[in-house]
Design a protein around this ligand. Structure first.
Ligand code: CA
Ligand code: CA
Length: 99
C-alpha cells in the first residue's frame, strides 16, 4: 500500500473507483496510518525518532511520510508531531490528534 499510492492520486481519487462511497465515511480521504512514518504497520518510538530527525534536519521524509507524520494536522512537521507519535506509541494519544 505504500509505494503504489502517489500523492496526486490521493488528492483526486483516481486511485479509487468508489468515489461516491467514500463520502459516507467520516475518516480522512487517504488511508494514511497517522504516526506510522516508517510504514511498518504500527506506531512506535521509531516513528517518533524519524520525525525528530526530520525536524532537526538530519533526514528528509518523503511526501507520504510527511502525511503520516503530521499527526496534529497543522500542515507542518514539528517536534510536537514527534511527541504525539511517541505518546501514541505508548497508548497515551490517538492519532491524528484532535485539536
Ligand atoms: Ca512505524
Ligand atoms: Ca504538525
Amino acid at each position: 500500500m505504500n509505494a503504489a499510492i502517489h500523492y496526486n492520486s490521493i488528492i483526486d481519487y483516481t486511485d479509487k473507483d468508489t468515489d461516491t462511497e467514500t463520502d459516507t465515511e467520516t475518516d480522512t480521504e487517504e488511508d494514511v496510518l497517522y504516526g506510522d512514518v516508517n510504514n511498518d504497520g504500527k506506531v512506535s518510538a521509531k516513528d517518533s525518532m524519524s520525525v525528530q530527525r526530520h525536524v532537526i534536519k538530519l533526514s528528509q521524509l518523503s511526501d507520504e511520510q510527511l502525511k503520516s507524520a503530521d499527526v496534529d494536522l497543522d500542515g507542518k512537521i514539528t517536534s510536537k508531531d514527534a511527541l504525539y507519535i511517541l505518546r501514541c506509541s505508548i497508548n497515551l494519544a490517538v492519532l491524528p490528534v484532535e485539536k
